[in-house]
Design a protein around this ligand. Structure first.
Ligand code: FES
Length: 464
């Protein structure tokens, strides 16, 4: 059995003199021997501490110049803000909590920052690696797997460890921060996404700072940060082999030409080169039809039969796609009877169940090019009291405008689908004022909608 004890790791020890130097409010401190940074918040009654590492993608916090109370810090990567007096993120509002460290005083009046580490579940009952034959994997007692939550979107994203005869494969695809960053080291194969650009941000945004130049620059630096983040994760976890494998998507429909041309994604070879520069980890860029014989490669990384490449000239993407079957389903929703009655709007948003939140959204049904759809709906939803006013209310309120292609939004409404279908497929265009990510709103429509679709049958019976 591996250890199942929780362990406490000492991350920082401040001498009594250093403790006396702590000021009220926010203190940035560094452990000089490890080079790691921490944040300490001191008030008359309270001392709180955390790593200076953003929960999102590990960015560094600095003083937030907009913070007048001396409580919040700003992440240098994507501007998330953390209130260190509560350890709650204030941007995105109502979203995440930072993992806190334990603060203790030693007998010698030093201040100790401790991290409590739960036991690693993948270390319990360890199995010694056995030889594998190509293609021998069977679902039996030799195979086990563990699903781990994402630290940022726990309800939505997961990663998985699969183990066969003592060999582990870690797949972290599309997790922002898999298992809060606590992951097994030295697995035999690690697979992850690499491309970025699936969420539509910022290419589907306009207004305010979202000019073409800003978006192009943002994408350039963001994708680079993503590459560096992945490369660092691989370096830290030291898998035997690393494979960037999810992210080969292309916006192929002609109506998505703008996204295709501007939403530049990372190249897996570029990531692998970065990894090779910084570590001894073996990398593999898979191509359609290629094979990696993991057993062979683990035994002898130079084995020429370990990787079989596809025939010369094999394409990564197809030349053409048959969109017909998909569009047929979407189009079927446009003429649905429910949309003859404007009361579908109230019915739908009441069903969705999101309210008591100060946000006003203008929803506009559009054609393929995001111009208003002739005869389509254009309406306001005030989520504070779930009303549908004709004009924006006079109180101060954050505002978003969501333009959605009519076939897609109606398909989503009719079938009670999650709004992932709107933005992951680049089917919306957004403007927001102020420029804030409303985590509570999007999270609700992304994952918290009722499991059964609206009861349109009884709606039609009663709406006359
Ligand atoms: S890493 Fe901090 S906001 Fe993204």
């Amino acid at each position: 059995m591996g250890s199942i004890e929780q362990t406490a790791e000492l991350l920082l020890c401040l001498s009594p003199a250093e403790v006396a130097n702590l000021k009220e409010g926010i203190n940035f401190v560094r452990n000089k021997s490890t080079g790691k940074d921490y944040i300490l918040y001191k008030s008359k009654s309270l001392l709180r501490a955390c790593k200076n590492m953003c929960k999102h993608q590990g960015g560094l916090f600095i003083k937030d110049i907009e913070d007048l109370d001396g409580r919040s810090v700003r992440c240098t990567k994507h501007n998330w803000k953390l209130d260190v007096s509560t350890m709650k993120y204030i941007n995105p509002p109502g979203s995440f909590c930072q993992d806190e460290l334990v603060v203790e005083e030693s007998k010698e009046n030093e201040l100790l920052l401790l991290e409590l580490n739960p036991p690693n579940p993948w270390d319990s009952e360890p199995r010694s690696p056995e030889d594998l034959a190509f293609g021998e994997v069977q679902v039996d007692k030799n195979l086990r797997f563990m699903i781990l939550m994402d630290g940022i979107h726990p309800e939505m994203d997961t990663c998985i460890i699969v183990e066969y005869k003592g060999h582990k494969i870690l797949n972290t695809v599309d997790c922002t921060r898999p298992n809060g960053g606590r992951l097994p080291m030295k697995v035999d194969l690690m697979m992850s996404d690499f491309a970025g650009g699936a969420s539509g941000f910022p290419m589907t945004f306009s207004g305010g700072k979202f000019t073409e130049e800003w978006k192009a620059q943002f994408i350039k630096t963001e994708r680079k940060k993503l590459l560096n983040y992945k490369a660092r994760l691989v370096k830290d976890l030291q898998p035997r082999i690393y494979c960037p494998f999810a992210g080969y998507f292309v916006e192929s429909h002609p109506s998505d030409k703008y996204i295709k041309e501007t939403n530049i994604k990372n190249d897996p070879d570029e990531l692998n080169n970065l990894i090779k520069k910084n570590s001894d980890v073996l990398t593999w860029t898979p191509r359609p039809g290629a094979t990696l014989d993991l057993g062979r490669m683990l035994k002898d990384p130079t084995d020429s039969k370990g990787i079989i490449e596809p025939p010369e000239g094999t394409k990564i993407y197809k030349d053409s796609w048959d969109f017909g079957p998909y569009l047929k389903i979407l189009n079927a929703a446009v003429g649905d009877e429910i949309f003859r009655h404007s009361s579908w709007i109230k019915e739908y948003f009441t069903w969705a169940g999101f309210k008591d939140y100060n946000l006003v959204v203008r929803m506009i049904e559009t054609d393929e090019d995001f111009s208003p759809f002739p005869g389509g709906y254009d309406y306001l939803v005030d989520f504070l009291d779930l009303s549908f006013p004709k004009e924006r209310p006079s109180r101060e309120h954050p505002f978003e405008e969501i333009r959605s292609r009519v076939d897609v939004i109606r398909h989503v409404v009719k079938n009670g689908l999650l709004w992932d279908d709107l933005y992951i497929g680049f089917q919306t265009r957004l403007q927001r004022d102020p420029d804030i990510y409303h985590h509570l709103f999007w999270n609700h429509f992304q994952i918290k909608l009722p499991l059964t679709p609206p009861d349109w049958k009884s709606f039609l019976m009663y709406c006359g």
